[in-house]
Design a protein around this ligand. Sequence first.
Ligand code: SF4
Length: 250
Amino acid sequence: MEIKKRIYVGLLMVSMLLALTLAGGVWFLLQNRELLVGRVLLTVIASIVGIIFLLAGIGVLAIILMIMKSKSIPSLDSLTRMANELLFPITLLTGRLAGINKEKILQSYIAVNNYLVKSKKLLLDGRQVLILLPHCIQDSKCPHKITMDINNCKRCQKCCVSDLIDLGERYHAMVKVATGGTLARKFIEQTKPRGVVAVACERDLSLGIQDATHIPVIGVLNCRPNGPCINTSVVVTDVENALQAICKGG
Ligand code: SF4
């Protein structure tokens, strides 16, 4: 398992252990409080929480197994999703307490997600794929409104939008530019893709991946030579590699 993925998987395991220790502690206290009002009810609640964490534990094991075997286990898909959703905030907290840079944790989370999506070995038609770009990838001085319609781009090559449109055309994939999460969600609702290749920063990508729970999303990190959110860029071959990972003939 390469270092990038190891950070997130390691943190997932530590978070899982912490959560289980906490649940065990609560359980122990419940068992030892003689005069606890509503003890039965609290025991039921503790049991439910215990079962949820047990299932999340199976999800974490499934993630590790899938990474080690480079193979998806479709029957455990919902459990891996649940483990990720439930433990993601705890993982971030654990990582921060351990002094690991937040960006590094998010990069690791995206690497694990991409690996899991690739291991599904999807064979989508390019038409079923949406390439989702952030607005900051457009040259900030460009007067053309490409969020309304990407075909408003005049392909002057001042930014990488023209190359990404070319790429989309080669793969017959849809290309959209979103100004934020709300518009991105709207585009996904409208176009109903079977797979998404999303370009953004660590924060937006991890939020987007968490958001689109039922659609496989491959995240491609953007480049920020001018700092965040202005005149960003992306390595077009990285986007093409992501497309090839989920498309037929890739
Ligand atoms: S390539 Fe398109 S989006 Fe980029 S600056 Fe030129 S016209 Fe604008």
